[in-house]
Design a protein around this ligand. Sequence first.
Ligand SMILES: [Zn+2]
Length: 105
Amino acid sequence: MKTCPDCGAEFSTSVEKKSRFCPDCGKQRIEKTWKRQMRVYGMLILGGMALILIDYMQFKGGDVAIQQASPLLLASLVLGGLGLMGGLFGFSLALFFSMWHKKRH
Ligand SMILES: [Zn+2]
């Protein structure tokens, strides 16, 4: 028998070999992890969108032509795109796994 450090409940180690926590707390922890990941990726998406939007407005304003755009502007555009795509990818992955975990019980 092991004692769960979260709620103090005792649980059999043969069932949850890998976890330090009882099955209930283990489940909650997994869900919290996915939720935290989704929040991080969500911020990445927002940050990427904001970056692209700012750059886009500069282009649209006619102040900067794409040929004479500064390396910094181009870099921030690329960075924004990467953040947006990476964020979307990570977000859908976290969403998929959290739904998959919910389906199993
Ligand atoms: Zn517990």
